[in-house]
Design a protein around this ligand. Sequence first.
Ligand code: ZN
Ligand code: ZN
Length: 372
Amino acid sequence: MSQARFTRRRRNLIARIRKLGLPALLVTDESNVTWLTGFTGDSSYLLIGPKLGVLISDTRYTVQIAEECSGLDVEIRDARRPMHDAIATVTTAAKLGALGFEAHSTSMATWERISAAIAGSNGGPELVSVGMVVNELRAKKDSGEIAEIRLAVHQAERGFAAMVSVLEADKTELEVAHELEHLMRRFGAEGPAFEPIVAVGPRAALPHARPGPTLIGESGFVLFDWGAKTTGGYRSDLTRVLLTSKIPPKLEAIYGVVLNAQRKGIKAIRPGATLKSVDRAARRVIENAGYGKFFGHGLGHGIGLDIHEEPRFSPVAEGVLEPGMVITVEPGIYLPGWGGVRIEDDVLVTRDGHEVLTSVPKRFEDAVVQIA
Ligand code: ZN
Ligand code: ZN
């Protein structure tokens, strides 16, 4: 991506920092650092404000920073010099009266070390928690980011189709999960967006089941939750249930409820719609069918450099949708001991409505597969 993107993002952030009345913000969330600078390494912080922009990193990354970033000062530390010392060097040189920090990505231990290090003879700059200010900016994707997410969707869908064509009843969940990861890489992904979920029958009742030794053919259906990560770091996230043998009528009924709920949720997506109202539109369908207490999680989450990011659809979420946001819609019904159905797509908020970025078929008849 061109450097102009990163400069523009930093400029937008600086306007927010000014509004907060702060001279600088210490960005410690790694994805936020990447989003603001283009730097793809880890263990590095960005100190940014109207009068300064310093990437604080270590000697492993000197060359990489020169290749990936421009328009920033760089403070490089070696193994003998801890991060909080490097931060103190920069804040002292800048004579800061206060310093914003990201509470969500700063542990208590890190906070204590930093505040001790920057406290000079006069007490040093006051540390002020700024909340999710960078994460909120990241919620609206620019055209380059949307193109990256489309690519991540494409890689996930190609990999999934190839995996389904070689699915066999006597493979284990874990073997199939590994195969899916491998196939997504074959279609250009850097790797999976997260460890894929492959959950057979009753195991699908666990919203975050880990693939294990259960055989694919052991029950009549399998839940897949998977996504790809592009080399640019952007992610996709999908869920489908495949029906592998004689279908219990109860499954067909539950599948129908979940699909209807998902369609109602997607239909409610447009600029200005509240996050709560979209969750409501889907949740109401599940509640009316009598399964309300079996849908415990929020309806969806933003995707981007992270697999779960802002905004979130939930009954308590505050805020409204804006063009450029990319968010999942993933209602589910989970019956302990019996199994679960979840259907998940990735949706872009457009200027006048929405576009569903994922296209794996999801009608009940599409879910039926023949396996060897
Ligand atoms: Zn998912
Ligand atoms: Zn998801």
